[in-house]
Design a protein around this ligand. Sequence first.
Ligand code: ZN
Length: 175
Amino acid sequence: MTEELFATDAYLRSFEAEIAEVDRDGGRVALARTAFYPGGGGQPHDLGSLDWGGGPVAVTKVKREAGTIWHWVDTPELPGGGTGLAGEIDWSRRHLLMRTHTALHVLCGVVWSEFAIPVTGGNMEPGAGRLDFPLESISAELGKRLETRINEELAAARSVVVEFLGRDAADATRR
Ligand SMILES: [Zn+2]
């Protein structure tokens, strides 16, 4: 199990860790702990670099597999297990993804409060995103109304709060 530093500190840009597992054929390493977001909830995985003493090596892909977070690294010379390293997140990209993700949640909240219609799909890239709502129709007026409502909610400068729910509690609040 990788300790998921990003889950408790979304603003962590750099960290130190040891290599927990090396997959030489896959060109990837797992760390004891990481600030690299592996993707999820529509948000893409982070990019950045790992440095185990020879200078920064690009992280090209990050993915969670059964509790282990793998980092694909752009080098043929992988270090051994137990090696200490420094990780650095591509912060301008990640921060823009965080802002995009939060903005999409505001859109979800506004559509829910106006129409009681849940989001059914979506995706995002830095600075742009798409959400699907099963609305009966859409119009320029509706777009304008949603934009106005979203801007009202943003102007209210509400806190963004992180909470952890158990599986049962998460399912219980679903509709
Ligand atoms: Zn989300």
